[in-house]
Design a protein around this ligand. Sequence first.
Ligand code: HEC
Ligand code: HEC
Length: 201
Amino acid sequence: MKLGVVTFAVILASSAPGAQAAGDPAAGKQKSATCSACHGPDGNSVNPVWPKIAGQHAEYARKQLLDFQSGRRENAQMTPMATPLSAQDIDDLSTYFSTQVIKPGTTAPEHMDLGQRLYRAGSARDGLPACMACHGPNGIGNPAAGYPAVQGQYAEYTAAQLKAFKAEQRANDANSIMRDIAAKMGIAEIEAVSGYIQGLR
Ligand code: HEC
Ligand code: HEC
């Protein structure tokens, strides 16, 4: 009887939408020493040029690591870190960091108004969709759809990614989804929405 209940619970958990299974978080923790130099031992980096990766969906982190390996996404610091990883390392590390909890930042008062408006409602004038439509009201994204968590992230990193999408320097987004969105934003809007996201939780 007891065993039956446990088995049922396990089946439920593993069939939940967006369930991540492949990696072993304990093995990932063991392999994470090099990563922690920049991203912090728990995925909360202390320098805004290095993204926080704590709590990011394992599937999304996995895709980014594979994209760095294949050259679809390029970064002078991160590419050499991804290159030597095996497929198992990638699964273990992505799973480990996904089990960590992000420490969100705060929103500077000057970014609250415009930043919040863009995030929650977009801009009809510029044909800009609400970020919330995909990244969620609290910025936790949607793992099944491949929409990353963005909440609490350093504004400097978020703005750098949006500028890179806008300039087509980052082009690993399927169907140009983020390049088309970033193209509709000016620099002031990028700064505002990134500032807002930094305090989103
Ligand atoms: C020397 C510093 C450094 C080290 C060490 C490092 N990273 Fe990174 N990582 C970065 C930078 C910088 C970026 C952002 C790259 C960009 O701007 O495109 C990044 C991005 C990432 C991303 C994508 C985050 C996102 O939100 O898109 C993941 C996942 C990641 N790193 C995982 C790792 C793992 C796993 C390791 C260890 C094997 C590691 N990193 C080691 C600097 C580092
Ligand atoms: C239609 C869905 C959709 C909308 C709307 C959307 N995004 Fe995205 N966003 C995505 C997808 C998909 C990715 C992942 C791209 C990839 O696979 O590398 C992404 C990635 C990002 C990233 C990179 C995250 C990282 O850590 O690598 C940032 C930052 C971002 N979006 C910000 C925004 C902002 C700000 C808005 C609103 C102005 C917005 N997005 C609207 C789908 C969307």
